[in-house]
Unconditional design. Structure first.
Length: 767
């Protein structure tokens, strides 16, 4: 100690050693050390907070991949707190990006929700509000169109018929793969395909375009009813097959991500994973989705992973699917179209807050209007959700996420403020809608949608005028579920049971048009056209009486013109062409621009030998909508029957320009090129090309296509192939008990064996 003391620098005070002073120094040093540790811990925490929450400048977006999981509840993803692991691959993406905890779908139906996703506008603006066969008008601007114009390669691969190209969602996509060709126990209707069948062609497309800037949109339909995940997910999730479907989709999302990594493009890819809507799973008495707008069907997952963006963040603010388009364009450095109603989420990702702060979000369902009930319109503003219905609803979502405690009576002033804002938003959105012609419902599209479980079918109401006198959807829910169950019976080929259930529903609600429509379809399926006529006639009567009562709109979104059209169609099937013609004419008196009615009336007149009148209606239809391939084909048939062959050829060619895969146009044109008695119109090589394409499209199982191909081979002097193909056609005719047709084809086989082509004086329409 003396040495230490002797080492004290000159000028220091020199005092005798005091043990108490040493203890004080030790204590003080300990406190300093402890304080240093605390400071270090604080600094480490601040550093960790900084590196987690610091502002990230997202840049370098070269590729965009948007993945939509149809019918996916947010709370069934493990990264959203589900009780078991369902989505390890999506969870991994969430750890590399931002998870939005409160994303809202504007409508719990597939076609309308995706229309919002791809246009950045709400349904009252883009105009697609139901899964009823209506399509997105070309006057809307889609995300794919903007990206395509900016030089991106654009492609979409979709899994379910509600996303078919016919509904206008293909706008801007250079490749739009909506070929629903799968045949399995799950779907014999060829209107859906599983995630593997969506992913494999998508990955092949990625292989070809990885060197380009690209926008890839993937739509997985698996989580939609019916829930039947493939092995091993069927056994792993035997107690929760809905969760199993989500887990199966997650597996393929993982493979998509792996392919992006393998191609070296993942780091430059803006990857978005979301859903169009959720699934009720029994909440509020609703088994599936589309009818109500509670959180179980409008709260959707949303995860965005961006190049150089934040990792592992969770954003608590409320956002909407209409925000996706402006977000993508902002991050890609592109201008957002003026009509877009969403807001870019860039600031939310980079800084943890949205542009302009919290804002009210809109949601709706007009599904109930198809059953003579009120529509539902909702607004979410902060913690509050208001639903406009005959019995109004108000929920405090943070305290009541299940929406089981309606506090409308306790908070009338708050509810009124929200209702006022909701109605202002509705007026603004409808005023922003681009001009579009009144939608025409395609009965064939409605039938396909109903085969997937949708039980509506009426047209979209003209506006959102609220009628408190209509039935509240909450009171119709039980009947709606009965309609859905009966529809499921019909889809499962249990027609007698389904018919009994629909008849019981009609007995209690004789004015319910949707039930009469289903009964008519069952009758048509069972080849009982007279019964179908009775139900369609009942619909005409209901709508006529409603019109005579002075009601402002037709019940259930149906109009009388369409009712006459459907009745005429059933009368044609019943062999009552004269009556059918009368109802087509009734439809056209009510709606002179009804293209389908002009076309169908033309067919009925042509079958009656009145080709001149038929031609007039086909031409009227094309004057309204020139790009109708089917009408061009039918007009070609009528012109051919009147000897105007050169004009007929032009219309067949126009039909193929519009729809290159039109089997009827291919076959009709090939038939003329192969068999016409006038050599000026024959061309064997072209006839073979056209007929081979028609046979390929029909899987070589169409008698008329094979018969035409045989004639084409003969015209091209390929007589052995002609004879063999004609024999195949004859065998098919024989197996389908068309013996007279089989005998006619075999006569042509003899002609081909002798080395002679077939010549027709006139060419009737091909089968």
């Amino acid at each position: 100690m003396r040495g230490l003391r002797g080492a004290i620098p000159r000028g220091s005070c020199s005092r005798p050693f005091d043990p108490r002073a040493e203890h004080t120094l030790k204590s003080h040093g300990s406190r300093l050390a402890a304080a240093g540790i605390v400071v270090a811990m604080i600094l480490a925490g601040l550093a960790a907070w900084y590196f987690t929450h610091r502002t990230h400048r997202i840049e370098g977006v070269r590729h965009v991949v948007l993945i939509s999981i149809d019918t996916c509840r947010a709370d069934h993803l493990s990264c959203y707190g589900f009780k078991r692991e369902t989505t390890p691959h999506i969870d991994a993406v969430a750890r590399e990006g931002v998870l939005f905890e409160q994303a809202l779908s504007p409508v719990p139906l597939t076609t309308p929700a995706h229309s919002s996703m791809l246009t950045g506008t709400y349904p009252p603006t883009h105009g697609v509000r139901l899964n009823n066969g209506e399509s997105l008008a070309a006057s809307n601007v889609t995300l794919a169109e903007v990206l395509k114009d900016a030089g991106y390669q654009t492609a979409a691969f979709v899994g379910g018929y509600p996303m078919d190209a016919a509904f206008g969602l293909n706008q801007g996509f250079e490749t739009y793969d909506s070929r629903f060709t799968r045949s399995s126990e799950k779907s014999s209707t060829h209107l859906e395909r599983i995630a593997e069948e969506v992913s494999r062609p998508a990955m092949a497309w990625l292989d070809q375009h990885s060197g380009d800037r690209f926008f890839l949109f993937l739509h997985f339909y698996d989580a939609h009813l019916d829930y039947e995940p493939p092995p091993p997910f069927a056994s792993t999730y035997a107690d929760d097959r809905y969760a199993g479907e989500i887990a199966y989709v997650d597996n393929w999302i993982g493979q998509i991500v792996d392919r992006l990594r393998a191609l070296g493009v993942y780091d430059d890819t803006l990857l978005i994973i979301t859903a169009d809507h959720g699934e009720s799973l029994g909440d509020h008495g609703e088994r599936a989705h589309g009818f109500f707008i509670y959180e179980s069907t409008v709260h959707v997952p949303l995860i965005i992973r961006a190049p150089h963006g934040p990792k592992g963040n969770r954003f608590e603010g409320r956002v909407s699917l209409v925000d996706l388009m402006p977000t993508v364009l902002d991050l890609a450095g592109l201008q957002t179209p003026e009509r877009v109603q969403g807001t870019s989420l860039r600031r939310g990702m980079e800084e943890g807050r949205t542009q302009g702060g919290p804002r009210p979000l809109y949601c709706e369902s007009l599904e109930a209007t198809q059953f003579q009930c009120s529509g539902l319109h909702g607004i979410v503003d902060g913690p509050w959700k208001y639903i406009r219905a005959p019995r109004q609803e108000l929920y405090d979502l943070p305290r009541d996420s299940g929406e089981t405690n309606n506090v409308f009576e306790k908070e009338p002033k708050r509810a009124q403020r929200l209702r006022t804002r909701l109605e202002e938003m509705l007026a603004e959105m409808e005023a922003a809608a681009p001009y579009r012609d009144p939608a025409s419902i395609d009965p064939a599209a409605v039938a396909r949608l109903q085969s997937l479980g949708y039980v509506g079918g009426g047209a979209t109401p003209a506006n959102s005028v609220f009628d408190p006198e209509l039935e509240d959807p909450k009171d119709f829910m039980q009947t709606f579920e009965r309609l859905g169950n009966a529809n499921a019976m019909a889809r499962a080929n249990r027609g007698e049971e389904a018919e009994k259930e629909f008849l019981e529903i009609v007995a209690g609600r004789p004015w319910l048009i949707a039930a009469h429509e289903q009964l008519a379809q069952i009758a048509r399926h069972d080849k009982r056209p007279a019964a179908a006529v009775r139900h369609y006639q009942e619909i005409v009567t209901i709508l006529t009486e409603a019109g005579n009562s002075g009601k402002p709109s037709a019940p259930g979104g149906r109009d009388l013109a369409t009712a006459h059209f459907n009745l005429a169609f059933a009368l044609r099937e019943d062999g009552k062409d004269a009556e059918a013609i009368g109802h087509y004419e009734d439809a056209l008196r009510l709606r002179p621009d009804y293209v389908d009615a002009h076309n169908s009336l033309g067919l009925a007149l042509a079958r009656d030998g009145k080709f001149k009148e038929a031609i007039a209606h086909y031409e009227e239809a094309l004057g309204i909508e020139p790009d109708q391939a089917q009408v061009h084909n039918n007009l070609g048939n009528a012109l051919r029957q009147t000897g105007r062959l050169a004009e007929a050829l032009r219309h067949y060619e126009e039909a193929l320009r519009i729809k290159p895969e039109s089997v009827s146009a291919l076959t009709n044109l090939a038939l003329i090129r192969a068999t016409n008695s006038d050599a000026r119109f024959r061309n064997g090589e072209e006839a073979v090309r056209l007929a081979e394409r028609a046979c390929a499209l029909t899987g070589r199982e169409n008698i008329g296509c094979l018969d035409t191909l045989a004639a084409a081979y003969a015209e091209a002097e390929r007589f052995d192939e002609a004879a063999g193909t004609a024999e195949q056609a004859a065998a098919l005719a024989r197996s389908s008990k068309q013996d007279t047709l089989a005998d006619e084809i075999l006569m042509r086989v003899a002609l081909y064996r002798d080395g002679h082509p077939y010549r027709a004086v006139t060419n009737p329409p091909a089968p």
